[in-house]
Design a protein around this ligand. Structure first.
Ligand code: DAT
Ligand code: MG
Length: 150
């Protein structure tokens, strides 16, 4: 099923100059960009985005990190993309992430793990709505689509 997912390149990805390296993997896989914006997340929005982790010991540090500099917020579309992107990202702790994954190739610690991707269709819907308006989400066809999907 064609799905959409919310993806965020965290401040460490921007600072380390990894935007292109990460996005090129999504493009090469055949996924389609639907929305992108570079922004500094207000604290209140960061807390809503990570609401499921409120009360945990790492929550304040997580909010400090994610609001510490610009992030690249995106929506990507593709077949089963929510699960496939999570696989491409690798485990939350980069030390457990397999080589070949984004975290497994580029990151070292959980608190600097470069990328966020929605973990379920419900999260994707909620997170996309949190960061984007309808007019920022592009609906378009690519002529290559029949070479990706039979
Ligand atoms: P993921 O980002 O893989 O979906 P998550 O939703 O469980 O992981 O956690 C969100 C972010 O919070 C994660 O990317 C990094 C941080 N985090 C999670 N567990 C942590 C921990 N035990 N210590 C420090 N930071 C943690
Ligand atoms: Mg998560």
């Amino acid at each position: 099923m064609i799905e959409r997912t919310f993806v965020m390149l965290k401040p460490d990805a921007i600072q380390r100059g990894l935007i292109g390296a990460i996005i090129s993997r999504l493009e090469a896989r055949g996924f389609k960009p639907v929305a992108m914006k570079l922004m500094r997340i207000p604290r209140e929005l960061a807390e809503r985005h990570y609401a499921e982790h409120k009360g945990k010991s790492f929550f304040p540090g997580l909010i400090d990190y994610i609001t510490s500099g610009p992030v690249l917020c995106m929506v990507w579309e593709g077949e089963n993309i929510i699960t496939v992107l999570r696989t491409m990202m690798g485990k939350t702790n980069p030390q457990d992430a397999a080589p070949g994954t984004i975290r497994g190739d580029f990151a070292q610690q959980t608190g600097r793990n470069l990328i966020h991707g929605s973990d379920s269709p419900e999260s994707a819907k909620r997170e996309i709505a949190l960061f984007f308006n309808d007019y920022e989400l592009q609906d378009y066809k690519k002529t290559i689509d029949p070479w990706l999907y039979e």
